[in-house]
Every structure is written in structure tokens, then in C-alpha cells.
Design a protein around this ligand. Structure first.
Ligand SMILES: [Fe+2]
Length: 538
């Protein structure tokens, strides 16, 4: 059903400077007029959605203030996302009815050559979010997309399909990022990321932070610590209103997973970090957190939450070049041993029943790796896998929230990678607001042991505020952990270029996040040659 309909949309070009929410006020009249005339070009024939209201639904403000997004690319399509929210910070502001949303996909940035279009429902019970799973497109192609609802048109987004499963692509370019605390700074790194030449963005979690308002900081949260569904929705709306975040979403498909702050700091399975929180209360809160997460992310229906359960682990492949195993180290883990935080290893660290992944996900991961035809096998996950001693000198302390606190599971996985000779395992990590490059070994005490995998830990977008190249502990940590090749405390993201022969990671850093402008530079680059685990600085 290839449809060729020619439209001309006069405004809201893709990747255009997107006004912030406050700027929208002065633009409303003009954008309403342009939007109304442009919306008249959308065909109304052959559209029957029984429950969805249509032309009678009008909003007083732009319903696309939270932007647009795409994600989970496949060889024949991707997810398109938006959420109608004319009053984003106060529950969204939509009437309590389902609303029709038209969408279309084109091969050009002017939206002239339309190759797919349709109608979706913005469901009132899902915060008027829209998740369209587009199919029938060509592999390894750039496409543009746009929505129309309530008489308004959205900005135009750009996205891309993945290569066909049996093809060895020349290269894959992507960036990965994590930890974007709104209060601690501006998303300057995301603005720079939006201007990169990428096929996709991988987000490793801490997309929002659940905490309340604190002063003084460059920006402020919009409520006390979030607990209810409305709280989580309004918090996502605050973050999603950011122009730099919107620009990065509009530029590339995103592959997302969460860490702890999308729900609650250092959460472990059904256990809160705070004492005396009843499991039922904690799971009710998790259901709110997961629902709001789904409502605000370009995820497939296969990820739809069921109460406090939501399967976010999944595979995404780029032909025979790369396979992302996107992991969830929060939902199924056992409690952190030794009372959490940085500690010498207590007995709980070696508990054979302790797990970060849970049995089902671990089996799924190993099965997927064994079956993978990919040259590079990427674990896109949250917490550091290298067993790093964080205290310089004779004292020893490992983070009990990371793989180091779950030694049996860590060893089992790395031994599996070694025994089954999984091709070029690369671990991508977020969580700790610092950049690291680590050799991954079964036994980190054996200095002679060869690396089995390579870990790139990406720093935060903002969390921690303005960073610096070195910390007080930098030299000591590097001296104590010979498998650590790089340790840096600036803000930014990691840009990766993957070819059949070589992996390159560029640590892109922004010196300033406390103000809304900053340079962006490559602080260091590391290369992994195919067939040889461990990165070399270039
Ligand atoms: Fe974080």
C-alpha cells in the first residue's frame, strides 16, 4: 500500500530551533494559523477510528510541546512517538477522550514524498501518548516523519531503519548517553549530539530524576519527590519540554533502557533503598513509574507495562555488524549486599544466588549471544562491570550497586563470553557520571589474564554539574586498577563508530553545564581491533 501523496508543510522544519515552553506563548497565534492551514492538507478519507474524537477536539495551546521521537529501529520500520499535551506541566491539559492523530513518513525532509501514513489513537488512559509501529519501509534508509492532531501539526523528525539482517554494513555510527539531572544543568551535550552524524542514540538510563526541588541549582524540578502517576507524568513533561532533549530526539531514533532514577534511587527488584517501605507500596509506585516511562518513550507494544512489571530487555541488530542486547539490571536484581554503597567485599558479594539480571533475562541474554551472527556484540546496560577498587591506597572498596557486588553472576557471564567465544563483546555503561575504559576479565586479580571484553562507561549529560578532567582520586584509582585505561570526570556523551574491522569510541565532553551554552570537544579516543578485546588510546 505505497501511497504517494504530495503535501507541502510550510513550517516546523525538522531539527529547526524548537522554542522552549515559555517561548511558545508568543508564538501561539502564528503557529496556530500556520498549523490550521497545513492541517487542511491532511486527507480525511478512509479513516475510521471509532473511539477517537477528531476535528471537534481543539486545544488552546500547541499539543506538541513535548516534541516528537522515534525509536527501536528495525530493517523495515521504527516506532514513532509523541504525546499530546497542551498544558504539559499540569497533567497534559487534554480533554478526557481519545483523540485521533495522523502520522506520515516521507523520504525527504520537506515531507513531499510520503511513503507511509495512517491514523493512531492518543489514548486518554495513556496520557494521550502515541506509539506508532511503522512497517514496510526499506532497510538502512533515512526517513522523516510528522504528526497532526487537534488541528495542529508537529515538528518534522528524522529517523532511520537498520540494515537488513543478512547484510554486513560498512559502518554504524551511534552515541550513547545517560544521567540527565534537570536541576544540575543544561542539556548542552544533547544539543551537540543532535548535530552529530549518527544512525541512532542509545540511552542507558537516568532519563529523569525522581527527587524533589533543591536550591540553589541552575534549574529546578517542578515538585517534591515524585510518587503518583501524575507526579511522574509531570516530571517527564518537565524534562521533555527541554529544547535540547527534543532536538536530539528529533534527529535520530533512540534505543532506551532505564536505570534507577526513572523509579527510585538504587532500587533493587522489589526493595527500596529506604527502610520500612512496604513491598505493596513500592510496587504501586513502580507501576506509576513504569507506566509514565512507557508513555514518554518510543517503545514497541511488546514493552507495554503490566502493573509493576515491564520487560524492557530486548535485542536490536544492525545487520551482521552489531547486535545490541539492551539490558535491565534493576527490575530483577536481588538486594545490594553489604548494605549498599562502596564497601570491601562481604560474604554476600559471593552469594551464588545473587543476581543483577535475574535468571530469565540471563538465559535470554546468553541464548541471544550464542545465536548472534554479529561481528560486535554490545551489552547496553547500566552499572559498571569492571571490578574497580574505588579507594586509592591499601584500603579496598567496591560499589555494591554495580556488578562488583554480584561476583558470582559477573564471573558466570564473563566466563560464558570467554568459553563460547562470543565475537567482540563490548559493554556500554552509564550510572556513575564519569568516563571509563576498562578491560573486562573473569579474574581481575590476575594481571596477566587477557581481556575477554571491553567496557566503555559514559559520563552524565548533566548529573554532578560542571565536571573536570581529574579528581582527587584519579591517579590513585588508575594505579590500583591496572585494567582501567581511562578515568575522566567531565560531562558529555560517547560517540562510537563501528566497522567490521574496528571499533572507535570518542569521549565527547562539554566543560560547562551550569550555563545554557558550552563548547564540545573530544577529550580522548579509544580503538578496539576486531578479534582483540581491550581498547587502545589513539
Ligand atoms: Fe545518574
Amino acid at each position: 500500500m505505497l501511497t504517494l501523496v504530495r503535501f507541502t508543510f510550510p513550517s516546523k522544519n525538522h531539527l529547526a530551533e524548537k522554542p522552549s515552553m515559555s517561548q511558545h506563548v508568543s508564538l501561539d497565534r502564528r503557529s496556530l494559523l500556520t498549523a490550521a492551514s497545513a492541517a487542511a492538507l491532511w486527507p480525511l478519507a478512509n479513516i475510521r477510528i471509532a473511539e477517537a474524537a477528531d476535528r471537534r477536539t481543539r486545544t488552546s495551546n500547541d499539543p506538541f510541546q513535548l516534541g516528537i521521537a522515534s525509536g527501536d529501529p528495525a530493517p523495515d520500520g521504527f516506532v514513532l512517538w509523541t504525546r499530546l499535551a497542551p498544558d504539559p506541566l499540569n497533567g497534559g491539559g487534554m480533554p478526557a477522550e481519545n483523540v485521533r492523530v495522523r502520522w506520515q513518513v516521507a523520504t525527504d525532509d520537506g515531507m513531499k514524498n510520503i511513503v507511509r501514513k495512517g491514523v493512531a489513537t492518543a489514548d486518554k488512559d495513556w496520557a494521550h501518548s502515541v506509539h506508532v509501529e511503522v512497517q514496510g519501509l526499506l532497510p538502512d534508509r533515512t526517513y522523516w516523519y510528522q504528526f497532526e492532531a487537534a488541528g495542529e501539526i508537529s515538528p518534522i523528525g528524522r529517523t532511520r531503519t537498520t540494515p537488513a539482517a543478512d547484510v554486513m554494513p560498512d559502518r554504524l555510527r551511534f552515541a550513547f548517553a545517560s544521567c540527565q539531572h534537570y536541576e544540575t544543568g543544561y542539556f548542552n551535550a544533547l544539543r551537540h549530539m543532535a548535530n552529530e552524524d549518527l544512525h541512532a542514540v542509545v540511552h542507558l538510563g537516568d532519563y529523569i530524576y525522581e527527587g524533589g526541588m533543591s536550591k540553589p541549582r541552575p534549574r529546578q524540578h517542578n515538585s517534591a519527590e515524585i510518587v503518583s502517576l501524575d507526579d511522574y507524568r509531570n516530571r517527564y513533561a518537565l524534562y521533555r519540554g527541554d529544547a535540547d532533549l527534543q532536538a536530539a530526539h528529533a534527529a535520530f531514533p533512540w534505543i532506551v533502557t532505564w536505570d534507577d532514577h526513572e523509579f527510585d534511587n538504587n532500587c533493587a527488584g522489589e526493595i527500596s533503598e529506604q527502610p520500612d517501605v512496604a513491598v505493596s507500596d513500592f510496587l504501586n509506585r513502580r507501576a506509576n513509574a513504569y507506566k509514565a516511562y512507557y508513555e514518554h518513550m518510543p517503545l514497541r507494544r511488546s514493552t507495554l507495562p503490566h502493573g509493576p512489571m515491564m520487560q524492557i530487555y530486548r535485542n536490536i541488530s544492525y545487520g551482521r555488524l552489531a547486535q545490541f542486547s539492551v539490558l535491565d539490571t534493576r527490575q530483577y536484581r536481588t538486594d545490594q549486599p553489604c548494605g549498599d554503597r562502596n564497601k570491601p567485599a562481604c560474604q554476600g558479594v559471593f552469594d551464588p544466588n545473587a543476581t543483577l539480571l535475574g535468571d530469565v533475562q540471563e538465559k535470554w541474554l546468553c541464548d541471544g549471544l550464542e545465536a548472534s551472527p554479529a561481528r560486535w556484540n554490545i551489552l547496553a546496560q547500566q552499572v559498571m562491570m569492571a571490578r574497580v577498587d574505588r579507594v586509592p591506597g591499601d584500603a579496598v572498596a567496591y560499589s555494591m550497586d554495580q556488578w562488583a557486588g554480584y561476583e558470582a553472576g559477573r564471573k558466570r557471564l564473563i566466563q560464558f563470553l570467554q568459553d563460547r567465544q562470543i565475537a567482540n563483546p563490548i559493554v556500554l555503561t552509564g550510572d556513575i557520571h564519569t568516563n571509563w575504559v576498562n578491560d573486562i576479565k573473569v579474574d581481575f586479580d590476575d594481571e596477566q589474564a587477557a581481556a575477554v571484553a571491553t567496557e566503555f562507561v559514559g559520563t552524565s549529560i548533566t548529573s554532578g554539574g560542571d565536571g573536570g578532567e581529574k579528581r582527587k582520586d584519579t591517579d590513585g584509582v588508575l594505579a590500583d586498577n591496572p585494567f582501567v585505561k581511562f578515568y575522566n570526570a567531565e560531562r558529555g556523551y560517547v560517540r562510537c563508530e563501528v566497522t567490521p574491522q574496528q571499533w572507535t569510541s570518542d569521549f565527547r565532553v562539554v566543560p560547562i553545564v551550569s550555563k545554557p551554552e558550552s563548547d564540545c570537544l573530544t577529550r580522548a579516543s579509544f580503538v578496539v581491533e576486531q578479534g582483540v578485546a581491550g581498547a587502545q588510546r589513539v
